[in-house]
Write a protein that binds this ligand. Structure first.
Ligand code: IMP
Length: 433
Protein backbone atom coordinates (compact mmCIF):
# COMPACT_ATOMS: atom_id res chain seq x y z
CA UNK A 1 0.00 0.00 0.00
CA UNK A 2 1.15 3.49 -0.77
CA UNK A 3 -0.76 6.48 0.55
CA UNK A 4 0.18 9.74 -1.17
CA UNK A 5 -1.06 13.18 -0.17
CA UNK A 6 -0.87 16.08 -2.61
CA UNK A 7 -1.12 19.53 -1.00
CA UNK A 8 -0.69 23.08 -2.20
CA UNK A 9 2.43 24.46 -0.50
CA UNK A 10 1.59 28.15 -0.96
CA UNK A 11 -1.65 30.18 -1.25
CA UNK A 12 -3.52 27.93 -3.71
CA UNK A 13 -3.68 27.62 -7.49
CA UNK A 14 -0.25 25.99 -7.58
CA UNK A 15 -1.38 23.64 -10.34
CA UNK A 16 -2.25 20.68 -8.11
CA UNK A 17 -4.64 19.35 -10.77
CA UNK A 18 -1.81 18.40 -13.08
CA UNK A 19 0.07 16.43 -10.42
CA UNK A 20 -3.13 14.84 -9.11
CA UNK A 21 -4.04 13.86 -12.66
CA UNK A 22 -0.64 12.24 -13.14
CA UNK A 23 -0.75 10.35 -9.84
CA UNK A 24 -4.43 9.41 -10.30
CA UNK A 25 -3.39 7.18 -13.20
CA UNK A 26 -1.56 4.91 -10.75
CA UNK A 27 -4.00 5.24 -7.85
CA UNK A 28 -6.87 2.86 -7.28
CA UNK A 29 -8.64 5.14 -4.82
CA UNK A 30 -8.76 8.94 -4.98
CA UNK A 31 -10.19 10.88 -2.06
CA UNK A 32 -10.84 14.57 -1.45
CA UNK A 33 -10.50 15.49 2.20
CA UNK A 34 -11.25 19.21 2.54
CA UNK A 35 -13.18 22.10 1.07
CA UNK A 36 -16.04 22.06 -1.36
CA UNK A 37 -16.97 23.92 -4.51
CA UNK A 38 -14.49 26.68 -3.62
CA UNK A 39 -11.78 24.62 -5.35
CA UNK A 40 -11.30 24.59 -9.09
CA UNK A 41 -9.39 22.11 -11.17
CA UNK A 42 -9.22 21.30 -14.83
CA UNK A 43 -8.63 17.78 -16.06
CA UNK A 44 -8.00 16.81 -19.69
CA UNK A 45 -9.48 13.49 -20.74
CA UNK A 46 -9.96 12.02 -24.19
CA UNK A 47 -9.10 15.39 -25.75
CA UNK A 48 -11.84 17.14 -23.74
CA UNK A 49 -11.38 19.66 -20.94
CA UNK A 50 -13.37 19.07 -17.73
CA UNK A 51 -13.59 21.70 -15.01
CA UNK A 52 -14.53 20.44 -11.58
CA UNK A 53 -15.11 22.36 -8.39
CA UNK A 54 -16.28 19.52 -6.20
CA UNK A 55 -15.65 16.09 -7.67
CA UNK A 56 -12.35 14.29 -7.06
CA UNK A 57 -10.00 14.21 -10.04
CA UNK A 58 -10.29 10.48 -10.62
CA UNK A 59 -13.96 10.55 -11.67
CA UNK A 60 -13.04 10.33 -15.32
CA UNK A 61 -11.74 6.82 -14.68
CA UNK A 62 -14.85 4.73 -13.86
CA UNK A 63 -12.72 1.78 -12.71
CA UNK A 64 -11.23 3.86 -9.87
CA UNK A 65 -12.92 4.50 -6.55
CA UNK A 66 -13.56 8.21 -5.92
CA UNK A 67 -14.44 9.47 -2.49
CA UNK A 68 -15.57 12.74 -0.95
CA UNK A 69 -14.43 12.43 2.65
CA UNK A 70 -16.07 13.61 5.85
CA UNK A 71 -13.88 16.74 5.78
CA UNK A 72 -15.55 18.07 2.64
CA UNK A 73 -18.68 20.18 2.25
CA UNK A 74 -21.12 19.25 -0.49
CA UNK A 75 -23.17 21.69 -2.54
CA UNK A 76 -25.81 19.34 -4.02
CA UNK A 77 -26.66 21.52 -7.00
CA UNK A 78 -23.01 21.73 -8.00
CA UNK A 79 -22.49 18.02 -7.42
CA UNK A 80 -25.42 17.11 -9.65
CA UNK A 81 -24.33 19.59 -12.35
CA UNK A 82 -20.83 18.10 -12.47
CA UNK A 83 -22.24 14.58 -12.54
CA UNK A 84 -24.61 15.43 -15.35
CA UNK A 85 -21.73 16.85 -17.40
CA UNK A 86 -20.01 13.50 -16.98
CA UNK A 87 -23.18 11.63 -17.87
CA UNK A 88 -23.47 13.67 -21.07
CA UNK A 89 -19.94 12.48 -21.93
CA UNK A 90 -21.00 8.87 -21.29
CA UNK A 91 -19.05 8.58 -18.02
CA UNK A 92 -20.55 7.03 -14.89
CA UNK A 93 -18.12 7.72 -12.07
CA UNK A 94 -17.51 5.32 -9.25
CA UNK A 95 -18.27 7.91 -6.56
CA UNK A 96 -18.97 7.60 -2.85
CA UNK A 97 -19.68 10.33 -0.32
CA UNK A 98 -19.12 10.10 3.41
CA UNK A 99 -22.31 10.35 5.51
CA UNK A 100 -20.33 12.68 7.76
CA UNK A 101 -19.63 15.29 5.08
CA UNK A 102 -21.70 18.45 5.53
CA UNK A 103 -24.15 20.00 3.11
CA UNK A 104 -24.04 23.58 1.82
CA UNK A 105 -27.38 25.41 1.63
CA UNK A 106 -28.23 28.48 -0.47
CA UNK A 107 -28.55 30.47 2.75
CA UNK A 108 -24.96 29.59 3.64
CA UNK A 109 -23.94 31.48 0.51
CA UNK A 110 -26.14 34.42 1.54
CA UNK A 111 -24.49 34.46 4.97
CA UNK A 112 -21.04 34.17 3.38
CA UNK A 113 -21.73 37.30 1.32
CA UNK A 114 -23.30 39.18 4.26
CA UNK A 115 -20.39 38.34 6.58
CA UNK A 116 -17.84 39.42 4.03
CA UNK A 117 -19.62 42.71 3.58
CA UNK A 118 -19.81 43.16 7.35
CA UNK A 119 -16.10 42.44 7.87
CA UNK A 120 -15.09 45.15 5.38
CA UNK A 121 -11.29 45.54 5.71
CA UNK A 122 -10.97 42.13 7.38
CA UNK A 123 -12.89 40.25 4.70
CA UNK A 124 -11.02 37.19 3.38
CA UNK A 125 -12.28 37.72 -0.15
CA UNK A 126 -14.07 34.37 -0.10
CA UNK A 127 -15.37 32.52 -3.12
CA UNK A 128 -18.91 33.14 -1.77
CA UNK A 129 -19.69 29.44 -2.04
CA UNK A 130 -20.94 29.30 1.54
CA UNK A 131 -17.87 27.39 2.71
CA UNK A 132 -17.22 29.27 5.98
CA UNK A 133 -20.86 29.29 7.18
CA UNK A 134 -21.24 25.56 6.41
CA UNK A 135 -18.12 24.63 8.41
CA UNK A 136 -19.27 27.04 11.16
CA UNK A 137 -22.55 25.11 11.44
CA UNK A 138 -20.61 21.85 11.50
CA UNK A 139 -18.49 23.10 14.41
CA UNK A 140 -21.53 24.50 16.20
CA UNK A 141 -23.22 21.12 15.76
CA UNK A 142 -26.36 22.21 14.04
CA UNK A 143 -25.18 21.67 10.47
CA UNK A 144 -26.79 19.28 8.01
CA UNK A 145 -24.78 16.14 7.53
CA UNK A 146 -24.90 14.28 4.23
CA UNK A 147 -26.53 11.33 6.04
CA UNK A 148 -29.35 13.60 7.26
CA UNK A 149 -29.73 15.14 3.84
CA UNK A 150 -30.06 11.66 2.32
CA UNK A 151 -32.82 10.63 4.71
CA UNK A 152 -36.07 12.28 3.61
CA UNK A 153 -37.77 12.10 6.99
CA UNK A 154 -34.82 13.68 8.82
CA UNK A 155 -34.48 16.28 6.09
CA UNK A 156 -38.17 17.22 6.46
CA UNK A 157 -37.75 17.56 10.17
CA UNK A 158 -34.38 19.28 10.40
CA UNK A 159 -34.10 21.56 7.38
CA UNK A 160 -37.02 23.96 8.11
CA UNK A 161 -35.71 24.53 11.65
CA UNK A 162 -32.19 25.09 10.40
CA UNK A 163 -33.35 27.49 7.70
CA UNK A 164 -35.42 29.42 10.21
CA UNK A 165 -32.40 29.84 12.47
CA UNK A 166 -30.15 30.83 9.57
CA UNK A 167 -32.70 33.38 8.34
CA UNK A 168 -32.61 35.00 11.76
CA UNK A 169 -28.82 35.09 11.60
CA UNK A 170 -28.94 36.67 8.19
CA UNK A 171 -31.36 39.22 9.62
CA UNK A 172 -28.63 40.36 12.03
CA UNK A 173 -26.78 41.63 8.97
CA UNK A 174 -29.99 43.27 7.72
CA UNK A 175 -30.28 40.82 4.82
CA UNK A 176 -32.98 38.51 3.54
CA UNK A 177 -32.47 35.06 2.03
CA UNK A 178 -32.00 34.85 -1.72
CA UNK A 179 -34.84 32.33 -1.90
CA UNK A 180 -37.73 31.32 0.38
CA UNK A 181 -37.26 28.42 2.80
CA UNK A 182 -40.06 26.43 1.08
CA UNK A 183 -38.16 26.55 -2.20
CA UNK A 184 -34.95 25.32 -0.55
CA UNK A 185 -36.86 22.51 1.15
CA UNK A 186 -38.47 21.29 -2.06
CA UNK A 187 -35.18 21.61 -3.99
CA UNK A 188 -33.25 19.72 -1.34
CA UNK A 189 -35.84 16.94 -1.18
CA UNK A 190 -35.45 16.49 -4.89
CA UNK A 191 -31.61 16.70 -4.73
CA UNK A 192 -31.64 14.23 -1.86
CA UNK A 193 -33.38 11.62 -4.03
CA UNK A 194 -30.69 11.98 -6.68
CA UNK A 195 -27.72 12.13 -4.31
CA UNK A 196 -28.51 9.37 -1.82
CA UNK A 197 -27.12 6.60 -3.99
CA UNK A 198 -23.64 7.99 -3.40
CA UNK A 199 -23.67 7.68 0.40
CA UNK A 200 -21.18 5.11 1.67
CA UNK A 201 -18.78 4.57 4.53
CA UNK A 202 -15.84 6.36 2.96
CA UNK A 203 -13.55 5.64 5.88
CA UNK A 204 -14.29 1.92 5.70
CA UNK A 205 -13.79 1.81 1.90
CA UNK A 206 -10.50 3.62 2.31
CA UNK A 207 -9.20 1.46 5.13
CA UNK A 208 -10.29 -1.66 3.28
CA UNK A 209 -8.32 -0.51 0.22
CA UNK A 210 -5.32 0.26 2.43
CA UNK A 211 -5.45 -3.19 4.03
CA UNK A 212 -5.51 -4.70 0.52
CA UNK A 213 -2.36 -2.71 -0.28
CA UNK A 214 -3.99 -0.55 -2.93
CA UNK A 215 -2.58 2.81 -3.98
CA UNK A 216 -4.50 5.68 -2.45
CA UNK A 217 -4.27 9.31 -3.47
CA UNK A 218 -5.39 12.01 -1.02
CA UNK A 219 -6.24 15.00 -3.17
CA UNK A 220 -5.73 18.31 -1.39
CA UNK A 221 -7.69 21.45 -2.21
CA UNK A 222 -6.76 25.07 -1.48
CA UNK A 223 -3.36 25.24 0.21
CA UNK A 224 -1.18 25.49 3.29
CA UNK A 225 -1.47 29.25 3.76
CA UNK A 226 -5.27 28.93 3.51
CA UNK A 227 -5.56 26.28 6.26
CA UNK A 228 -7.95 27.27 9.06
CA UNK A 229 -5.28 26.56 11.71
CA UNK A 230 -1.94 26.90 9.94
CA UNK A 231 -2.83 29.46 7.28
CA UNK A 232 -2.92 33.18 7.75
CA UNK A 233 -5.97 33.73 9.96
CA UNK A 234 -8.50 35.23 9.23
CA UNK A 235 -7.62 35.43 5.53
CA UNK A 236 -7.95 31.70 5.06
CA UNK A 237 -10.56 29.08 4.29
CA UNK A 238 -12.46 27.13 6.94
CA UNK A 239 -11.01 23.62 6.69
CA UNK A 240 -7.71 21.84 7.31
CA UNK A 241 -6.08 21.94 3.92
CA UNK A 242 -2.69 20.74 5.19
CA UNK A 243 -1.56 17.09 5.26
CA UNK A 244 -3.09 16.38 8.67
CA UNK A 245 -6.48 17.12 7.16
CA UNK A 246 -6.05 14.10 4.90
CA UNK A 247 -6.39 11.86 7.97
CA UNK A 248 -9.07 13.74 9.91
CA UNK A 249 -10.97 14.54 6.72
CA UNK A 250 -11.22 10.93 5.56
CA UNK A 251 -10.98 8.65 8.59
CA UNK A 252 -7.57 7.03 8.17
CA UNK A 253 -4.67 6.98 10.60
CA UNK A 254 -1.35 8.71 9.88
CA UNK A 255 0.31 5.33 9.35
CA UNK A 256 -1.56 5.11 6.02
CA UNK A 257 0.56 7.91 4.60
CA UNK A 258 3.88 7.29 2.86
CA UNK A 259 4.42 10.45 0.83
CA UNK A 260 3.39 14.09 1.18
CA UNK A 261 4.00 15.97 -2.04
CA UNK A 262 3.95 19.77 -1.84
CA UNK A 263 3.01 21.50 -5.07
CA UNK A 264 5.05 24.68 -5.51
CA UNK A 265 4.44 27.21 -8.24
CA UNK A 266 7.82 28.76 -9.05
CA UNK A 267 6.42 32.17 -8.17
CA UNK A 268 3.63 33.20 -5.78
CA UNK A 269 0.00 33.90 -6.54
CA UNK A 270 -2.88 34.70 -4.25
CA UNK A 271 -6.56 35.23 -4.85
CA UNK A 272 -8.29 37.01 -1.99
CA UNK A 273 -7.10 39.30 0.76
CA UNK A 274 -4.35 39.15 3.40
CA UNK A 275 -0.63 39.85 3.53
CA UNK A 276 1.67 38.34 0.90
CA UNK A 277 5.18 39.60 1.81
CA UNK A 278 6.75 38.98 -1.60
CA UNK A 279 3.89 40.48 -3.63
CA UNK A 280 4.97 42.61 -6.59
CA UNK A 281 2.99 45.25 -8.43
CA UNK A 282 5.18 46.20 -11.40
CA UNK A 283 5.16 45.24 -15.08
CA UNK A 284 6.80 41.89 -14.20
CA UNK A 285 3.70 40.99 -12.15
CA UNK A 286 1.51 42.05 -15.03
CA UNK A 287 3.50 39.93 -17.46
CA UNK A 288 3.42 36.84 -15.24
CA UNK A 289 -0.33 37.26 -14.69
CA UNK A 290 -0.98 37.49 -18.41
CA UNK A 291 1.38 34.68 -19.40
CA UNK A 292 0.16 32.41 -16.63
CA UNK A 293 -3.53 33.21 -17.10
CA UNK A 294 -3.59 34.05 -13.41
CA UNK A 295 -7.28 34.70 -12.96
CA UNK A 296 -9.36 32.77 -10.39
CA UNK A 297 -11.06 29.60 -11.71
CA UNK A 298 -14.03 30.05 -9.37
CA UNK A 299 -14.30 33.83 -9.10
CA UNK A 300 -12.35 34.97 -12.23
CA UNK A 301 -10.61 37.60 -10.09
CA UNK A 302 -7.09 38.61 -11.24
CA UNK A 303 -4.65 36.86 -8.91
CA UNK A 304 -2.08 38.81 -6.94
CA UNK A 305 1.46 37.94 -8.02
CA UNK A 306 4.75 37.76 -6.13
CA UNK A 307 8.20 36.20 -6.17
CA UNK A 308 8.64 32.74 -4.69
CA UNK A 309 8.67 32.94 -0.89
CA UNK A 310 11.04 30.49 0.77
CA UNK A 311 9.98 31.49 4.29
CA UNK A 312 6.42 30.30 3.72
CA UNK A 313 7.78 27.19 1.99
CA UNK A 314 9.97 26.37 5.01
CA UNK A 315 6.81 26.67 7.08
CA UNK A 316 4.85 24.56 4.60
CA UNK A 317 7.55 21.89 4.75
CA UNK A 318 7.17 21.52 8.52
CA UNK A 319 3.42 21.80 8.93
CA UNK A 320 2.83 19.26 6.15
CA UNK A 321 5.89 17.08 6.65
CA UNK A 322 6.64 17.34 2.94
CA UNK A 323 8.60 14.44 1.48
CA UNK A 324 8.83 15.77 -2.07
CA UNK A 325 8.36 18.90 -4.18
CA UNK A 326 6.35 19.20 -7.38
CA UNK A 327 7.27 22.41 -9.18
CA UNK A 328 4.88 23.97 -11.67
CA UNK A 329 4.95 26.84 -14.16
CA UNK A 330 8.66 26.91 -14.91
CA UNK A 331 7.83 28.01 -18.45
CA UNK A 332 5.66 30.91 -17.22
CA UNK A 333 8.61 32.40 -15.32
CA UNK A 334 10.89 32.13 -18.37
CA UNK A 335 12.20 35.04 -20.42
CA UNK A 336 12.98 37.42 -17.53
CA UNK A 337 16.61 38.62 -17.30
CA UNK A 338 16.53 38.29 -13.49
CA UNK A 339 14.22 36.43 -11.12
CA UNK A 340 14.09 36.66 -7.34
CA UNK A 341 13.46 34.42 -4.37
CA UNK A 342 12.42 35.82 -1.01
CA UNK A 343 14.84 33.95 1.26
CA UNK A 344 14.10 35.80 4.52
CA UNK A 345 11.94 38.54 6.00
CA UNK A 346 12.86 41.69 7.78
CA UNK A 347 10.80 42.22 10.92
CA UNK A 348 11.37 45.33 13.01
CA UNK A 349 14.93 45.69 11.76
CA UNK A 350 15.82 42.00 12.27
CA UNK A 351 16.33 39.32 9.61
CA UNK A 352 14.23 36.19 10.14
CA UNK A 353 14.28 33.03 8.03
CA UNK A 354 11.29 31.33 9.63
CA UNK A 355 7.66 32.29 10.07
CA UNK A 356 7.21 34.84 12.86
CA UNK A 357 5.27 33.89 15.98
CA UNK A 358 2.09 35.83 15.34
CA UNK A 359 -0.12 36.80 12.43
CA UNK A 360 0.33 40.44 13.41
CA UNK A 361 4.09 40.07 12.96
CA UNK A 362 3.64 38.27 9.65
CA UNK A 363 1.68 41.25 8.36
CA UNK A 364 4.67 43.50 9.20
CA UNK A 365 7.31 41.39 7.42
CA UNK A 366 9.06 42.75 4.37
CA UNK A 367 10.96 40.51 1.92
CA UNK A 368 14.72 40.03 1.64
CA UNK A 369 15.53 38.77 -1.82
CA UNK A 370 18.25 36.74 -3.50
CA UNK A 371 18.52 37.44 -7.20
CA UNK A 372 19.02 34.74 -9.83
CA UNK A 373 19.78 34.96 -13.53
CA UNK A 374 16.64 34.18 -15.50
CA UNK A 375 16.25 31.47 -18.12
CA UNK A 376 15.25 31.61 -21.74
CA UNK A 377 11.74 30.88 -22.91
CA UNK A 378 12.10 27.76 -25.02
CA UNK A 379 8.67 28.19 -26.64
CA UNK A 380 7.83 24.95 -28.40
CA UNK A 381 11.20 23.67 -27.15
CA UNK A 382 9.77 23.03 -23.67
CA UNK A 383 8.38 19.82 -25.19
CA UNK A 384 11.92 18.50 -25.36
CA UNK A 385 12.40 18.94 -21.60
CA UNK A 386 9.78 16.34 -20.78
CA UNK A 387 11.21 13.10 -19.44
CA UNK A 388 12.82 12.05 -16.24
CA UNK A 389 15.88 14.23 -15.86
CA UNK A 390 16.62 17.88 -15.09
CA UNK A 391 19.50 17.83 -17.61
CA UNK A 392 17.33 19.11 -20.44
CA UNK A 393 16.30 22.26 -18.56
CA UNK A 394 17.97 25.63 -19.19
CA UNK A 395 20.94 25.78 -16.79
CA UNK A 396 19.66 28.78 -14.82
CA UNK A 397 16.24 27.19 -14.33
CA UNK A 398 17.87 24.12 -12.91
CA UNK A 399 20.02 26.22 -10.57
CA UNK A 400 16.87 28.00 -9.37
CA UNK A 401 14.98 24.76 -8.62
CA UNK A 402 17.96 23.04 -7.01
CA UNK A 403 18.50 26.05 -4.75
CA UNK A 404 14.92 25.76 -3.43
CA UNK A 405 15.16 22.00 -3.02
CA UNK A 406 18.44 22.32 -1.11
CA UNK A 407 17.12 25.09 1.13
CA UNK A 408 14.09 22.97 2.00
CA UNK A 409 16.14 19.76 2.23
CA UNK A 410 13.40 18.12 0.16
CA UNK A 411 13.87 16.29 -3.15
CA UNK A 412 12.30 17.33 -6.43
CA UNK A 413 9.69 14.84 -7.61
CA UNK A 414 8.18 16.71 -10.52
CA UNK A 415 8.69 19.79 -12.72
CA UNK A 416 5.93 21.18 -14.92
CA UNK A 417 7.17 22.93 -18.05
CA UNK A 418 3.94 23.61 -19.92
CA UNK A 419 0.19 23.32 -19.86
CA UNK A 420 -0.38 19.77 -21.04
CA UNK A 421 -0.01 16.52 -19.15
CA UNK A 422 3.01 15.70 -21.34
CA UNK A 423 4.88 18.88 -20.37
CA UNK A 424 6.36 17.28 -17.30
CA UNK A 425 9.61 16.01 -15.87
CA UNK A 426 8.88 13.16 -13.50
CA UNK A 427 11.77 12.28 -11.20
CA UNK A 428 9.92 10.09 -8.77
CA UNK A 429 7.24 7.47 -9.22
CA UNK A 430 5.48 8.07 -5.92
CA UNK A 431 3.57 4.80 -5.94
CA UNK A 432 6.72 2.70 -6.33
CA UNK A 433 8.43 3.21 -3.02
P1 IMP B 1 -13.55 30.42 1.01
O1 IMP B 1 -12.85 29.11 1.01
O2 IMP B 1 -14.49 30.60 -0.15
O3 IMP B 1 -14.22 30.71 2.32
O4 IMP B 1 -12.44 31.57 0.83
C1 IMP B 1 -11.47 31.85 1.84
C2 IMP B 1 -10.15 32.30 1.20
O5 IMP B 1 -9.54 31.20 0.53
C3 IMP B 1 -10.31 33.40 0.16
O6 IMP B 1 -9.17 34.25 0.25
C4 IMP B 1 -10.32 32.65 -1.15
O7 IMP B 1 -9.91 33.43 -2.23
C5 IMP B 1 -9.33 31.52 -0.85
N1 IMP B 1 -9.58 30.28 -1.61
C6 IMP B 1 -10.56 29.39 -1.40
N2 IMP B 1 -10.47 28.36 -2.26
C7 IMP B 1 -9.39 28.58 -3.01
C8 IMP B 1 -8.74 27.85 -4.06
O8 IMP B 1 -9.16 26.75 -4.45
N3 IMP B 1 -7.63 28.43 -4.60
C9 IMP B 1 -7.14 29.63 -4.15
N4 IMP B 1 -7.69 30.33 -3.18
C10 IMP B 1 -8.81 29.82 -2.60
Amino acid sequence: MVGVIVVGAQWGDEGKGKIVDLYAKEAEVIVRFCGGANAGHTVMHGGKKYKFNLLPSGVLHPQKINLLGNGTVIEPEKLLAELSELKAAGITPNLFISPKAHVVLPIHKDIDAAEEEHKQGNAAGTTRRGIGPTYADKAARFGLRFEEFCDEETLHEKLPKLLHLKERMLGIYGKSPSQPAEKTLSQYISYSKECRKYIADASFILNDAISKKKNVLFEGAQATMLDIDHGFYPYCTSSNTTAGGACTGTGVGPTAINEVVGVVKVYTSRVGEGPVPSEIFDSTAEKIRERGGEFGTVTKRPRRIGWLDLVTLRYSKIVNGLTGLAFTRLDTLAGFPKVKICTAYELEGKKITHMPLTSQDFALCTPIYKEFSGWEDLGAGWDKCAGNSLDTLPKNARTYLEFISKELATPIYFVGVGPSREHAIVLKDVFRK
